[in-house]
Design a protein around this ligand. Sequence first.
Ligand code: CU
Length: 217
Amino acid sequence: MKTRRSPFFLCLFLAMCGSLLASDSASTATTPAQKPSCCATAPAPKKDACCAAMNTAVFSKDSIYQLDAKFTTDAGQPFTLGELRGRPIILTMFFASCGYACPLIVSDMQTLRAKLPLEIRDRAAFVLVSFDVARDTPAALAQYRAQRSLDAQWTLLHGNNDSVRELAALLGVKYKQETDGAFSHSNLITILNAQGEIVHQRTGLQGGLDEAAAAVH
Ligand SMILES: [Cu+2]
């Protein structure tokens, strides 16, 4: 008995082929992927899934856009890192109740922002991702945004354990919750290019902001 293949399975097949190609060869990182026909023709929910898979295929394995990690903004909206694609990113992983290092890092990100030429500053995305998945709920992050007067150019993200660990591994961020609930963690400001690849990291809590600003394009 013959069955007709549905557009959904065709879409899935094309998406899988795209992923395989991306992991097999670094050369695919710079070659734009063929746009599966399903992206143009499938109904909305399938189109999104298909195109999301296609988009991961055009970036190198070092790009944060290879991650399928899902986050929630401080406004309670679902968010994937792919939404920042095409913009330079200044990103830090942090926790909102940190009493020392994280407030200094956020201040440094604000200083760095002021150092950027206006044209770059307008395009840049400033991102804070919390590794305190239990306490830094979207509501807690919204409170942090208000406290620190962070405007719409800042994206504050809550994620589950897997998403946060996946991102931390890619960025080289280490963190560990201590018995008092606070975290010991790397002090890193990461600069990513429009393709989501790391171009610079400011390590520690002092200096290096001119170099970091120069890396933002
Ligand atoms: Cu901290």
